[in-house]
Design a binder for this molecule. Structure first.
Ligand code: 13P
Ligand code: SF4
Length: 349
């Protein structure tokens, strides 16, 4: 586990990280992408870290791939590419840098490593997990196969490399229905998200059987809360992530992956919107969409929020923490992820 006292002392000795109005002003272009959600005093604290990270990235030939749930100073300040899980996985196959710094949770970094065995993949905090990835092991996949002989296993990318290796193909929230429908089987096993699986089943021609994992962020939203909000303000468009329960999804005006949500809001520009997903999403896009008023129900992902500017700088400075996947697991996991990427391309997703 990271010892933040040591981290701070070492970084403080190597870089000038004191809050600075001068640095904040120098990085004014970056700040303009987030000035509606990050106060000037906070930017004066962040700017020295942002400058140091962006300089080190060049020195180390590193690229930062960041998930849509990162906080605005990471999302806008230091990321080279932002996206949902599918976009990040595809991007990982395209980058030419020696080092990938994954700003997201561990399964995302593992996916990048599996797709790029020769590259160094770093995660700024190894303990950035995911309740879904923690809910199932390869034994769980074997149990499901024994219960439903012959049914193919589609595992959400929110799983460990070991679970991916035991699965036939992966999916993400942006391609799950199409992947399930494309398989040559009447019954499909989906793991580990019970709600994503039920939401897929409601849109698919297949019989979908599932593992009973859940996302601790999205399962907190209730259909009653959304109905109460709609009654209070019928004008607000409600936009949900498919890790929410089917009851919540039924209340939503649109359901999609994190990038699907961003695209939908850009396209439709509703006067008011409520993003039924992780807190940072609305903050990250509100500067680009000043005409949209966001209601911000805030369920925070404690795992995503382990990634901070300080830990990103530490990661680039020390080359820690490196994600390693044993070859025997990586090969099979790669097949399941690559099948998903290939099929998504074939299906035009
Ligand atoms: P997306 O693939 O939609 O970005 O979802 C990832 C995730 O962890 C959402 O909770
Ligand atoms: Fe996992 Fe949920 Fe956090 Fe996404 S939001 S990383 S699914 S715990």
């Amino acid at each position: 586990m990271l010892d933040l006292t040591t981290v701070r002392a070492e970084l403080g000795a190597q870089y000038d990280l004191t809050p600075s109005q001068e640095t904040a002003d120098r990085l004014g272009d970056l700040y303009s992408r987030m000035d509606r959600v990050v106060p000037p005093s906070d930017w004066a604290i962040y700017a020295p870290y942002v400058e140091a990270i962006n300089r080190l990235k060049v020195e180390k030939n590193a690229v930062i791939l960041a998930h849509n749930y990162m906080t605005p100073e990471i999302y806008h300040g230091v990321s080279d590419f932002v996206g949902d899980s599918l976009q990040l996985a595809i991007k990982a196959t395209e980058v030419e840098h020696d080092v990938i710094v994954q700003c997201g949770v561990h399964f995302m970094a593992e996916t990048s490593k599996v797709l790029n065995p020769a590259k160094t993949v770093l995660i700024p905090d190894m303990s950035a997990g995911c309740s879904l990835a923690e809910s199932i092991t390869a034994e769980g996949i074997a149990e499901m196969r024994a219960k439903y002989p012959g049914a193919p296993v589609v595992s959400y990318v929110n799983t460990t490399a070991e679970v991916k290796a035991a699965s036939d193909i992966c999916c993400t929230s942006s391609n799950a229905v199409q992947i399930v429908d494309a398989l040559d089987a009447d019954t499909v096993i989906m793991t580990p998200d019970q709600y994503l699986a039920q939401n897929v089943a409601n849109l698919s021609k297949k019989k979908v059987v599932f593992w009973k994992g859940s996302c601790i962020v999205h399962e907190l939203y209730t259909a009653e809360d959304l109905r109460a909000y709609r009654e209070y303000d019928p004008e607000t468009k409600i936009i949900a992530h498919p890790e929410c329960t089917p009851e919540v999804v039924a209340e939503a005006d649109f359901t999609g992956s994190t990038s699907g949500i961003v695209d939908w809001v850009h396209q439709h520009k509703p006067k008011k919107a409520m993003l039924v997903t992780e807190c940072s999403m609305a903050s990250n896009i509100s500067d680009e969409l000043p005409e949209v008023e966001f209601a911000k129900p805030c369920n925070m992902c404690p795992y995503m929020k382990k990634i901070t500017l300080e830990k990103i700088l530490w990661s680039l400075h020390t080359g820690q923490e490196e994600v390693i996947v044993p070859d025997a697991v990586a090969g099979k996991a790669r097949q399941a992820v690559q099948r998903m990427i290939d099929l998504s391309r074939e299906l035009g997703i």
